[in-house]
Design a protein around this ligand. Sequence first.
Ligand code: URP
Ligand code: ZN
Ligand code: ZN
Length: 471
Amino acid sequence: MRTIIQNGTVVTAGGVFKADVEIQGTTITSIAQKIKPEIGDRLIDASHQYVLPGGIDVHTHLAWPFQSTGTADDFVSGTKAAAVGGITSIINFTNPKRGASLIDTQKEWIEKGKLSAIDYGLHAIINEYSDRVLEELPILAEEYGVSSIKLFMAYKGELMVNDLEMYKIMKKAGELGVITNVHAENGDVIDELVKQAIAEGKTDPIYHGYTRPTIMEAEATGRALAIAEAADAPVYIVHVSCADALQKVNEAKKRGVKAFAETCPHYLVLDISYLDLPDFEGGKYVCSPPLREKWNQDVLWNGIRNGLISVVGSDHCPFQFEGQKTLGKDDFSKIPNGMPGLEDIFPLLYHFGVHEGRISLQKFVEAISTAPAELFGLSKKGSISVGKDGDIVILDPNRSRVISAETQYQNLDYNAYEGMEVQGVITHVLSRGEIIVKDGHFIGELGRGKYILRDRLQKTPSLNQQKEMQV
Ligand code: URP
Ligand code: ZN
Ligand code: ZN
């Protein structure tokens, strides 16, 4: 069937213009001022609305075992929530058991995604160095379309690798054109600070913030970037939370390191005061790196504007308040780390970014769709242009709504943005030409999402050029 989205304002990273968009089957086939409808066409009226490329969230932890528990959303609830919130592709993290084969882990996670409502890729987490890792990485890249891996510099004993492991793995990844995601915090020092705090009876959630200082994020960020430079490997620093760490990214980019940075909605919108909410409410906001002092938000927005931050990802790592976050009621170090955001990232970035005048519409599209597609090799996604998948969000900028756990699709007993009124209502979401969301309701089918075989970085020259950019 042919679908025509009529009379909308189309937004790409390159421009904003009035046009009709034609989709035949799964693919965008024409963009023109007026496309003549024919009998049998499905018409969607987008008058006074924005027609945007579907959001791509490259930082999700669905069905993720972590810190003695597991995340509350699986691929069913998580991808329905994503779709309703304007996200049409995700890249989720795997989580291999220690010593497990990366290939077996990849297969296990592809299977976990079988009921996905939207298209999904998988970053391979690597939690130790071995000869097998070196053997399996090329197979992952060539046969499983895994163009990105992830290393952690924190969560000692669970996920953390040391500098030598990081260097060896990054070097191999770099040779393959595979980009390395890094969680950059100094795990050794932080563990010591946490032990000291608990020994002193400082057990409330706010101490999660105090024991993970910005300087320990900045130190690890600088180290990861230096190791990537030595390994001549592309590196993507996930969830940059503060000015100190972003400064390290700036310095590395200026040196020509193939360095990219991501921040998350919670660092742009929330701040450390949330960790200090009474009655253990602060536990809802425990994530790592922690929420920071508010002034950092301006620095992060500025980083998005000037290209120092390429991508906004949700770091959706949801835990129920009752029964999961409360595991740490008497000891903040036992609160599972992570916050929800998959359903709200697109509306939050639109509201606090575009509506409140911090970023342009084009920058919004770049950060939530075009840059993640290019960096992580989603060649059919990330833009409204002929030949791309018909992954499209139609957003009415003249309406507003209130975010609430009552109405969310996320499988969660709270929402971190409860009660916030956001301008902009998503009226339709199309995934490969199929309408999967209408007026806030998921109307697609589970299992329609496809596993994405992704391209490696050398095939996306425009991003390689980013290293030349002056910031
Ligand atoms: O607190 C967080 N961010 N939890 C998820 C795991 C990670 O560090 O990304
Ligand atoms: Zn992390
Ligand atoms: Zn994460």
